[in-house]
Design a protein around this ligand. Structure first.
Ligand SMILES: Cc1cc2nc3c(=O)[nH]c(=O)nc-3n(C[C@H](O)[C@H](O)[C@H](O)COP(=O)(O)OP(=O)(O)OC[C@H]3O[C@@H](n4cnc5c(N)ncnc54)[C@H](O)[C@@H]3O)c2cc1C
Ligand code: FES
Length: 524
């Protein structure tokens, strides 16, 4: 049944594109125009003489595509930089996986009208060299994105996804955010329904650990003895949380957080707790602190640094994040570590004792490289891959938190722990497994959410010699540029999505001049 027209709904912005259309003169080449059609938001995207119509909401978390950036062939989502192809609606780059609806457009008398909804279509090219089968070890961001892309590209051979987890691939970033806070329903978490795996013929082996690879025989051995042959193998084993080596670190009320199961254990404990101690003021530690305060627990954060996240964001932005959490009741014990955990309390190095019925450790992760190591793959603080995500062994690819790749923008080999990077690397690895020879050129991107404040970060600046702040961090309206040896290495923004998307596009093109120019333009 077709949606009823709701031309008079004042909540819908712009013209009714079915009835009044939009003046083509108002839509410059490369520009966007937001209107509506039968009660749905529609964005018109102009590309030369052609005008395309696509749905106004991103299929990831519903970001407003009308505020996106039309760059080259793609429309970039302002929230987490997913890329859509306006002609087809295809989500070509994660974190969106599903396409957006597209609309047919008619141009008459200088106006563009939406005339109906188009059937979705994916542009498929012939597959240059399909392997006999693909085995993916790791059912997280990279592993899932690779399996999905293999099928989207039209690969017909067997695909097996081996995962140690007990749940099918899910939205891991949410595990410390809305899911832990109790504001996301469990049904939001899976990236795909069980039917999708059946219909896509992706064999999902859950609670299955890969323990050895024989590259000569091209087989993966699982715990329990089963052995899987592969034509191509993708390693996407992610990372595991570090535990502290102090007395009491293994008590039952002490948790780490990586999986949905971990999040559920914390939620269970939180129901019986009034005070929690979070160890570590990293992204995950602070997101846990925010979620537990939403659950009305009294939360203390203990961390060795003087300013939360200073190493990544710098002192000013880190200080702002601290204030934000303090405004929500979180108490910080910085320049401190734990010496002991007991049932009901923790002791800090300076002797302070804090009550804690729940302790969450957010003290970092280690990439899961054992499988790659025992296979004899080349390692260097991660699994070394080339720009096509190939490891040093024929027929074996790696992606995600374990992969150290040649980053085009910085010119360095880097390894990061970001959701979007892992998904995009999984997608690139899948295309290359099929013989596409597509280099991975996307600059790293991550986001972190602290209450109602999102921080978006493009690039990679493990160190810097200058930080330039444009706008006001305190007013939650800023761009922070991290420079090293005269080059802008990364940009963090709060509610400045346009320069963040422009920086992404320029860094993807490995164009530092454009990055500098946009910082200048934003500052003036
Ligand atoms: C709580 C939390 C919140 C986060 N929030 C954000 C965020 O807001 N923004 C952001 O950019 N990033 C965030 N991240 C980081 C992001 O989730 C990771 O970078 C991303 O998941 C890495 O993807 P991956 O595929 O490499 O590994 P993972 O997603 O960790 O998947 C690895 C998979 O491999 C499986 N596995 C490991 N070893 C084996 C084996 N031997 N055999 C079989 N299976 C195996 C694991 O069970 C798992 O299923 C967050 C991470 C966590 C834990
Ligand atoms: S909402 Fe569009 S990428 Fe997340």
């Amino acid at each position: 049944m077709e949606a009823m027209s709701d031309a008079n709904d004042p909540a819908l912005p712009g013209p009714d594109l079915g009835v009044d259309g939009a003046a083509i003169a108002d839509l410059p080449d490369g520009g966007l125009l937001v209107g509506h059609f039968r009660g749905e938001l529609v964005v018109l995207v102009r590309k030369g003489a052609a005008i395309h119509g696509i749905a106004g909401k991103c299929t990831h978390y519903g970001g407003p595509l009308g505020e996106g950036l039309h760059e080259g062939e793609f429309l970039i989502c302002p929230w987490h930089h997913a890329c859509f192809r306006p002609e087809t609606g295809e989500a070509v780059r994660a974190p969106a996986i599903d396409p957006v609806t597209t609309y047919s457009i008619e141009q008459r008398e200088g106006r563009a009208f939406v005339t109906g909804v188009k059937s979705p279509r994916i542009q498929r090219l012939p597959i240059p060299s399909p392997p006999a089968s693909v085995v993916i070890v790791g059912g997280g961001a990279a592993g899932f994105a690779a399996a999905e892309m293999l099928r989207r590209e039209g690969y017909e051979g067997p695909v097996t996804l081996v995962s140690e987890d007990d749940a099918a691939p899910y939205d891991r970033p949410n595990v410390s955010k809305d899911y832990l806070a109790g504001t996301a329903a469990p049904e939001w978490m899976p990236l795909r329904s069980p039917e999708w795996y059946r219909e896509a013929r992706v064999e999902l082996l859950l609670r299955s650990r890969a323990v050895a690879i024989d590259p000569k025989e091209t087989r993966v051995r699982l715990e329990g003895g089963r052995s899987l042959p592969y034509g191509a193998l993708l390693l996407a084993t992610g990372a595991s949380p570090v535990r502290l080596d102090i007395p009491g670190a293994n008590l039952p009320h002490v948790h780490t957080l990586r999986t949905m199961r971990d999040s559920e254990s914390i939620i269970e404990q939180a129901k019986r707790a009034q005070q929690a101690v979070v160890v570590g003021a990293s992204f995950i530690g602070l997101e846990v602190a925010a979620s537990l305060s939403t659950r009305a627990l009294s939360v203390h954060v203990v961390a060795p640094e003087q300013v939360p996240m200073e190493r990544v964001l710098g002192a000013e932005l880190g200080g702002f994040v601290r204030t934000l959490h303090e405004e929500h009741g979180v108490r910080f014990h910085l320049g401190q570590t734990l010496s002991e955990i007991r049932e009901g309390s923790v002791t800090l190095k300076d002797g302070t004792r804090l009550d804690a019925e729940l302790v969450v450790l957010g003290v970092g992760v280690r990439p899961n490289v054992e499988l790659a190591e025992t296979t004899g793959l080349r390692l260097d603080r991660g699994v070394l891959v080339d720009e096509y995500m190939r490891t040093s062994a024929e027929g074996i690819w790696a992606a995600g938190d374990i992969a150290r790749w040649p980053d085009r923008y910085s010119g360095e080999r880097i390894r990061v722990e970001h959701w979007v990077v892992a998904e995009r690397q999984g997608q690139t690895a899948a295309r290359n497994i099929l013989g596409r020879r597509e280099p991975f050129t996307a600059a790293p991107f991550f986001w972190s959410q602290h209450y109602d404040v999102p921080i978006n970060y493009v690039g990679n600046a493990p160190s810097w010699d200058e930080i330039q702040t444009v706008g006001s961090i305190a007013d939650r309206d800023c761009l922070v540029a991290y420079r090293k040896a005269g080059k802008t290495r990364a940009i963090a923004t709060i509610y400045r999505d346009l320069p963040s998307m422009q920086a992404q596009a320029a860094m993807d093109r490995a164009d530092p001049q454009s990055v500098d120019a946009l910082v200048l333009a934003t500052a003036s």
